[in-house]
Design a protein around this ligand. Structure first.
Ligand code: GLN
Length: 476
């Protein structure tokens, strides 16, 4: 059985008809992970524990008590806590940290009878766009080994694309689910801020972070979001808003809908094949009774600077807790408390994390706070307003996910600014808090996957999925 692209609907049918057991399926995935092509997608692999879980699921399947995602094999980004397993965040400083509790999303997926097969590789603390900033080494793009898989949820996206899991969870602070999904040719969803509980997700930029699914198809993402979304009293930012059954509303077509193409997302720097891919998708929508209009997006140029000011400010504060006293790694040599902090952080953090802590401390410091941080917050408000305006006219916006297809390994590692600029189309959704997803929209002339981004209004993931489902059917 070919596990690449295998969707959960097919798996569930096979499980219910007893043509395969959850245990057999899990063993196949484990075989692919352990003996298949080595792309370094995992930091930890749960060999025995995954089989144990699968056995339990098989029992439940026999008695008709299996949960709604029974037997779905998942990889979990290594910044989401699973009790009794390591949560490293791709960092040396947490390389020996064992989580004492489950994140809320993990609890919910457990109740739905998912199988956790391991923790996926990532850029350290979510900081990066290529997965080259992991203490555990870079991840390779399974489509083309000399290319990066994107980041920071590169392990999660690559594992789906390589058939090492049915689906995975990632986190998205400025594009970390959508960008690797686009680079690896899979579907990735960043929900509305507040839609999914962040309890148990190690914080990077707390006002931007969201957990979301990555899968080979839209329906699987919709089903996973249905399970993990919803109010959680343990997360003060989680919203008490009903969660629709996304997977039951997918097939509603696009007739009468209005789509916006934000003008500045199609300017200089965008790869022409990606542009054509998106315009082709727009044409398909038009042919099926939708209207496509241009909408202004005038603050686009300020999105990356505003994002990198806000996210580094929040990161510098969030990462202050990793000091060797309470969690994970501690330097062996020091003569007093301060030296213990300094040596632990010097040895424990990688260079990109240090750069961000310094940037964040700088933009928050006296004299610069108004010039940088406060101004960035003003830009954030303007970006949010411009989306509010666009969603009065349109149901969804269509944009590229990244200006290019997957770039080469090592191509941008010595030029952080060019790395940051690859986030240009993804960060504004985080700044505004709206849902956005990446959907494959073809292969370019060198054989690399291209992605289209669909953005929707706050808490309107249902419409976003409906459009994605339609395009998925018509683009392939
Ligand atoms: N590439 C962006 C950054 O480095 C986004 C990361 C993310 O979404 N976690 O901050």
């Amino acid at each position: 059985m070919d596990l690449i692209g295998l969707n959960y609907q097919t798996i569930r049918k096979l499980l219910l008809q007893q043509k395969i057991t959850s245990r057999q399926l899990t063993e196949k995935y484990l075989h692919n992970i352990n003996e298949g092509t080595e792309i370094n997608a995992f930091i930890s692999i749960f060999n025995e524990d995954a089989i144990c879980l699968a056995r339990e699921v098989d029992k439940k399947l026999l008695t008709g008590q299996a949960g709604i995602l029974a037997g779905m094999v998942l990889g979990i980004k290594d910044n989401i806590n699973i009790r009794d397993f390591r949560t490293t965040c791709g960092s040396k400083i947490l390389s020996n940290f064992i989580s004492p509790y489950n994140a809320t999303v993990i609890q919910k997926l457990k109740e739905a009878d998912c199988i956790f097969i391991g923790k996926t590789n990532m850029d350290e603390f979510g900081m990066g766009s290529s997965n080259e900033n992991s203490y555990f080494g870079p991840v390779q793009n399974p489509v083309s080994r000399s290319k990066v898989p994107g980041g920071s949820s590169g392990g999660s996206a690559a594992a789906v694309a390589a058939g090492l899991v049915t689906a995975s969870l990632g986190s998205d602070t400025g594009g970390s689910i959508r960008q690797p999904a686009a680079f690896c040719g899979v579907v990735g969803v960043k929900p509305t801020y507040g839609r999914v509980s962040r309890y148990g997700l190690v914080a990077y930029g707390s006002s931007l972070d969201q957990i979301g699914p990555i899968a080979s198809n839209v329906r699987d993402c919709a089903q996973i979001l249905e399970v993990i979304a919803g109010f959680d009293p343990k997360d003060a930012t989680s919203a008490n808003i009903a969660v629709p059954e996304y997977s039951k509303q997918l097939d509603r077509g696009v007739k009468g809908m209005v789509f916006g193409l934000p003008i500045d997302f199609f300017g200089e720097g965008l790869n022409s094949e990606i542009r054509m891919g998106i315009l082709k998708a727009a044409d398909i929508l038009k042919k099926h009774g939708a209207r496509v209009i241009s909408v202004p997006s005038k603050y686009m140029d300020f999105a990356v600077p505003a994002y990198y000011i806000i996210v580094t400010a929040e990161a510098s504060s969030n990462l202050a807790r990793f000091d060797g006293a309470r969690f994970g790694f501690r330097a062996e040599e020091f003569s007093d408390l301060e030296e213990m902090y300094v040596n632990t952080r010097t040895l424990g953090f990688g260079s990109e994390v240090k750069r961000r802590i310094m940037l964040g401390t700088f933009v928050l410091s006296g004299g610069y706070y108004e010039t940088y941080y406060q101004k960035a917050q003003k830009v954030r408000r303007l970006i949010k307003k411009s989306f509010d305006w666009a969603f009065q006219k349109c149901d969804c916006l269509l944009t590229p996910v990244v200006p290019t297809t997957a770039f080469g390994v090592g191509e941008k590692t010595h030029d952080p600014l060019s790395m940051y600029l690859s986030d240009i189309y993804t960060v504004s959704a985080n700044l505004a808090g709206i849902p956005a997803m990446s959907l494959p929209c073809g292969i370019d002339s060198s054989g690399l996957p291209m992605g289209i981004q669909i953005m929707a209004n706050h808490f309107d993931e249902a419409t976003m999925f409906q459009v994605a489902y339609f395009l998925e059917k018509h683009l392939t």
